[in-house]
Ligand binder design. Structure first.
Ligand code: ATP
Length: 368
C-alpha cells in the first residue's frame, strides 16, 4: 500500500564528520523524493554520540532512543571520538547500542564499484564489483550479554556468542538478499559462509546452522570460506564473491577491507536491519583526522540514504520511494562517471561540497 504521508526519519548526525555528510544526504533525499513523486520524509533530529556523552553523561539519551523507536527508519551519520572515552578506556559507541536495542541483526554492506572511481586493484574485473557482505550485528564478539572482563592487571577475556535464533534469521536474510539480487539480474546466485569453523566450536555451530537454513534455499549455490583465506582473496579475486555472510567482528574487519576495493570508507554505505526497525549509516566512523576541513566524502552517507528509501519502499510496497532510491544511485554513478571527481581517499582534492553538488546536479539532470 502506498504510504500517503511522508515517512518519519530519526536523523542522528552524531560526531566528527557526521553532521557534515548528513547535510547533503538529506538535501539529496528530499530532491529525489520530489523527482520520483514520492511522499518524502519528515526528519526528527536527535542528539547522541561522544559529544552528547560529554555534555549530558549519556551517549544515547532515553528520549533519543524513544524517537528512534517511533520512526519509520533511522538515518545515522557517524558516532564516536577517540578523545572522549568511558572510564574503562573504550570508545563511545551508541550506534552499537541502537543495534542491540532495536534487534538489528543483519548488517548489509554492499561493495559496488562506482563508474569513474578506481580502486587499488589493476585487474579490470575489480572495476565492476557487485558483491555484498552480510555482517551479523548484535552478537558474535560484540555481544553485550557477554561483555569482556579484565582480571586484576594480569588477564582479560572476551566471549564470542553465536545463538541459533539470530543465526537462523541472519542466514535467512542472506538468502533472501541473494534471491532479490538474482531477480534483479545481479550476482552469481551464491551465498558464502565466512567463518573459522576449523578452529572454533562457535563457528562450527555457525556453519551447521548455515547448512540447515541453506537446505530450505536449494536454488542458491552455497560454499564456505575461512576468514583468513577470505581476507587474501578479497585482495586478489574479489569479483569471485557474491553474497558473503559472517560473524560480527569478522564482518567489521572485512567490510573495511572491502570498502578499500571500491575507493575507501567514503564510498561504502550500509544498512543494519532487524525484523521491524532499520538504521542506515555509512560504514565509516567520525574520521576526526579530517573533520572541519571540507574533505569528507559524503557518497557513503548519500548511498545509505538511497538504501533507506529502497527499504521503506519495499516494506510499504511504495514504488515511488524505491524509485527515489534508484534515482540517487544513478545520480551518484553519473556524477563520478566522467572521472573528474577525485576524493581525498584517492589522493584528490574533491571535497564535501564538490561531491555533494555534483551528485545533486546529476540528480536534477536525470531524464525522468
Ligand atoms: P569506526 O571504528 O568508528 O568505524 P574507524 O576507526 O574505522 O571508525 P573512520 O572514522 O572510519 O575510522 O576513518 C578511517 C579512515 O578513513 C580515516 O583516515 C578517515 O579520514 C577516512 N575516512 C572515513 N570516512 C571518510 C569519508 N567519508 N571521506 C573521506 N575519508 C574518510
Amino acid at each position: 500500500m502506498n504510504q500517503p504521508t511522508p515517512y518519519t526519519i530519526a536523523v542522528f548526525p552524531g560526531d566528527g564528520i557526521g553532521p557534515e555528510v548528513m547535510q547533503p544526504c538529506l538535501d539529496i533525499i528530499h530532491t529525489a523524493c520530489e523527482l520520483a513523486g514520492a511522499a518524502g520524509v519528515k526528519t526528527d533530529h536527535v542528539e547522541a554520540g561522544a559529544v552528547t556523552y560529554q555534555q549530558t553523561g549519556s551517549a544515547l539519551p532515553d528520549s533519543a532512543l524513544a524517537t528512534a523507536k517511533q520512526a519509520d527508519a533511522i538515518l545515522l551519520a557517524a558516532m564516536g571520538d577517540p578523545a572522549i572515552r568511558y572510564p574503562d578506556g573504550t570508545e563511545i559507541t551508541p550506534q552499537l547500542n541502537l543495534r542491540f536495542e532495536l534487534g538489528l541483526f543483519a548488517g548489509i554492506r554492499p561493495v559496488r564499484s562506482i563508474p569513474g572511481v578506481k580502486g587499488p586493484l589493476r585487474d579490470p574485473r575489480a572495476d565492476a564489483l557487485d558483491i555484498v557482505l552480510v555482517r551479523e550485528s548484535i552478537e558474535g564478539l560484540f555481544a553485550p550479554e557477554a561483555k569482556g572482563e579484565q582480571f586484576e592487571d594480569s588477564s582479560a577475556t572476551e566471549t564470542l556468542l553465536i545463538t541459533r535464533d539470530v543465526s537462523e534469521r541472519l542466514f535467512s536474510k542472506a538468502f533472501q538478499l541473494n534471491a532479490a539480487r538474482q531477480k534483479a539480474g545481479r550476482g552469481r546466485n551464491r551465498v558464502t559462509c565466512v567463518d573459522k569453523a576449523n578452529v572454533f566450536a562457535a563457528f562450527a555451530f555457525f556453519r551447521k546452522i548455515f547448512d540447515e537454513v541453506a537446505a530450505s534455499h536449494t536454488t542458491a549455490q552455497t560454499d564456505y570460506a575461512y576468514v583468513d583465506a577470505t581476507a587474501l582473496k578479497l585482495m586478489t579475486h574479489p569479483w569471485e564473491f557474491d553474497v558473503m555472510v559472517t560473524e560480527n567482528m569478522f564482518g567489521d574487519i572485512l567490510s573495511d577491507q572491502a570498502a578499500a576495493l571500491v575507493g575507501g570508507m567514503g564510498y561504502a554505505p550500509s544498512a543494519d536491519i532487524g525484523d521491524e526497525h532499520a538504521v542506515f549509516q555509512p560504514c565509516h566512523g567520525s574520521a576526526p583526522d579530517i573533520v572541519g576541513q571540507g574533505l569528507a566524502n559524503p557518497t557513503a552517507m548519500i548511498l545509505s540514504g538511497a538504501m533507506m528509501l529502497d527499504w521503506l519502499g519495499e516494506k510499504h510496497a511504495d514504488a515511488a520511494a524505491k524509485n527515489a532510491g534508484q534515482l540517487i544511485v544513478q545520480a551518484v554513478d553519473n556524477a563520478f562517471a566522467p572521472g573528474k571527481l577525485k576524493t581525498c581517499e584517492l589522493g584528490g582534492q574533491s571535497g564535501l561540497d564538490d561531491v555533494g553538488k555534483a551528485i545533486k546536479k546529476a540528480l536534477t539532470e536525470l531524464k525522468i
